[in-house]
Structures are given as structure tokens and as C-alpha cells.
Design a protein around this ligand. Structure first.
Ligand code: PHE
Length: 342
């Protein structure tokens, strides 16, 4: 009997099999339990020796069951440890990190610089009515400036009586929106996308501008000059900048000036604030009275300056990038080359 059960215990390959052996020997109807019950029918001397032997056998099987159970659990744990083994000394898998596009970086930088100068950020739609894009800015329908803007027109089906819309050709319409929304006094910038049918090394049909507008009771071009100089010092990270205001013409400013910055191009390397070259960086002027009126502001009480600059161009200058179009090709190799992607 002992041989039978001890063998069965060591042959059991799992908890369930082991439990079967236990029930067969020691369960209520197990072989040994039944024999225990037979003890009562025996005479006292026989019962004593047989009972003791049975008890010993019972203990022995019990001990063997426990030992086997522990051994099975250990084996199971070993197997798990082996299969779930993890080499913590392996190098990690590289993760591709996203990063901010250079134009967005410059846009954020510009917004931060102008925030320090007290300018809030204003916005307008990229699909703009031609009233905001042109008429309100003193560019009436037959004005030659309309042709110069290489405008993308939104298609209108016959019978569509909504006002004509265009992809905004500059951020200047936001000037008028800001006036109508905020009223004077105003100090805002408006960075954003603009569109013109133009494509070469320095032009993309979609590009970015930053508009500036300040309106108050006694704003003059001296304020404009100071703001632009402070801006250039901060953006180009130089102590001294020299700006040149060149008389120009925009329908929405009077007088108008294009602004150049003193620089040098030595060995293809741009240096701001020194040298004998001038580089155009923006258009500007005093807001035309017609434009103030479009914005519901009385030109006899308020004056202002406005300026507009190309953000992509500034990014090209700052990072020494020769071809504007590369900005919009999303080529990771290019972005990595200029340190804009990991
Ligand atoms: N809107 C002009 C352009 O796109 C720039 C400009 C803005 C000029 C504001 C003067 C004042 O060229």
C-alpha cells in the first residue's frame, strides 16, 4: 500500500493529479480512511498494532504529498522565471522625439519678444473676405496693388451671393479686424499664414507674416522706430542695430517706409549690426486715415503705426537656410541637418 501511494505521489505531475492521489488515500472514502474505519471491528491487540501502522502510513503519505506539492510549486516558479526573464542591462530602444518646426519656433520667439514690448496676439481667418483683405485697407477694386498681390480667389458658383473671398495675401486685414473688435487704443501683433501665387527659391505660395499695429492718441514714427530697433536687438541677439527707413508706398499706410537693417555678408556669413550692406526686413508706416475709418476709429483722435514682416525670411536669416521651400517639405533629413529634429 505504501509503495503504491508513494509512487503515485511522486508521479503526480500537477496539483490536480496530486489532489486525486490524496482523495484516493486519505479522502473521506479513501482507501486508508476506510481501513481506519475497519479498526473498530478488530480485537484490541490487533487493533493497536494495525492502528499504529496505519497512522504512520497516513503521516508518511501526508508528508510525501506536502513535499511533492512544494516541489511542483518550485518547478512552476522556476519555469515562469525562465520564461519571463528580462535583461535589464540591454540598451533601451531609441524613441523618435517630435520637435517644433523652425517657422513655429521663430513665430513663438517673435510673439515672446513683442509680448515684452506690450503687444498682444490677434488673429484673423486665412480665408478672408476681399473687403478685409483689400477694400478696408484702402485698396479699392481697380487699384493696381490688387494685381501685385498674386491672389488666390475662392471659387463661387453662379448664383452664390456670398461676398467674394480670397486666401489672405497678407496679415494686414487683421489690423482692421483688431480695430473693429477691440477699439482704440490697440497694441497687437498678428502672426499667421498668408498665400500668394508665387514659387521660387525665396517664395512659397504659402508663407508666414507677422503684422504689428499700435494705435493711441499720439503715436509717431519715432515710436515705430524704437519698437523695431528693440525687436531687432532681441531677435538677432546683438547689442547694436542700425535701421534705415526707406520711403516707400503701401495703400494702407501714409507715410510708408521699407526698413533695412545694416549687415555684412562675409564668406556667406550674415552679421547683423555691422558692415556695408543693407537688408530689407519689413514694410511699415503710419496707418492711413481711411484704414482707421474702416476699423471704426476716428483718425482725428487716434493715430497709429503698422508694420508687416515675413517670418520665414527671418527664420532663413537666423538659421542660415538658403531655400525657403525646404521649410514646407517636411523632409526629416533636412530638419535634422539644421538641428530641428532629433
Ligand atoms: N502688408 C504688407 C505686405 O504684405 C506689409 C505691411 C504691413 C506694410 C503693414 C505696411 C504696414 O507687403
Amino acid at each position: 500500500l505504501r509503495g503504491k501511494y508513494i509512487t503515485a505521489v511522486s508521479a503526480a505531475e500537477g496539483e490536480a493529479a496530486l489532489e486525486e492521489v490524496r482523495l484516493a488515500a486519505l479522502g473521506k472514502k479513501g482507501e486508508i480512511s476506510l481501513m481506519m474505519r475497519e479498526l473498530g471491528k478488530m480485537d484490541p491487540t490487533e487493533r493497536q498494532s494495525f492502528g499504529a501502522a496505519l497512522n504512520r502510513l497516513k503521516d508518511e503519505i501526508d508528508t510525501a504529498l506536502k513535499a511533492r506539492k512544494t516541489a511542483l510549486a518550485d518547478a512552476a516558479l522556476d519555469a515562469r522565471l525562465k520564461s519571463e526573464w528580462l535583461d535589464v542591462t540591454l540598451p533601451g530602444r531609441p524613441r523618435a522625439l517630435g520637435s517644433i518646426h523652425p517657422v513655429s519656433q521663430v513665430m513663438e520667439e517673435l510673439s515672446a519678444i513683442f509680448a515684452d514690448l506690450g503687444f498682444a496676439v490677434a488673429e484673423g481667418p486665412q480665408v478672408e473676405s476681399d473687403w478685409y483683405n483689400f477694400d478696408a485697407l484702402n485698396i479699392p477694386p481697380e487699384h493696381p496693388a490688387r494685381q501685385e498681390h498674386d491672389t488666390f480667389f475662392m471659387h463661387r458658383a453662379a448664383g452664390d451671393d456670398r461676398p467674394p473671398h480670397v486666401l489672405r495675401t497678407h496679415t494686414s486685414p487683421v489690423q482692421v479686424r483688431a480695430m473693429l473688435e477691440r477699439g482704440a487704443p490697440i497694441r497687437v501683433i498678428a502672426p499667421g499664414r498668408v498665400y500668394r501665387m508665387d514659387m521660387d527659391q525665396t517664395h512659397s505660395p504659402m508663407f508666414h507674416q507677422l503684422e504689428g499695429l499700435a494705435i493711441d492718441r499720439d503715436i509717431t514714427m519715432a515710436n515705430l522706430k524704437w519698437v523695431l530697433e528693440e525687436f531687432c536687438r532681441a531677435f538677432f541677439e546683438v547689442d547694436k542695430v542700425e535701421l534705415r527707413f526707406r520711403a516707400s508706398h503701401f495703400p494702407f499706410t501714409e507715410p510708408s517706409a521699407e526698413v533695412d537693417i545694416r549687415c555684412s555678408w562675409a564668406g556667406g556669413q550674415l552679421r547683423i549690426g555691422e558692415g556695408d550692406s543693407w537688408m530689407e526686413i519689413l514694410g511699415s508706416g503710419m496707418v492711413h486715415p481711411h484704414v482707421l475709418r474702416s476699423g471704426g476709429i476716428d483718425p482725428d483722435e487716434w493715430q497709429g503705426f503698422a508694420f508687416g514682416m515675413g517670418i520665414d525670411r527671418l527664420a532663413m536669416l537666423k538659421y542660415g537656410i538658403p531655400d525657403l521651400r525646404a521649410f514646407f517639405e517636411s523632409d526629416l533629413r533636412w530638419l535634422r541637418h539644421y538641428g530641428f529634429a532629433a
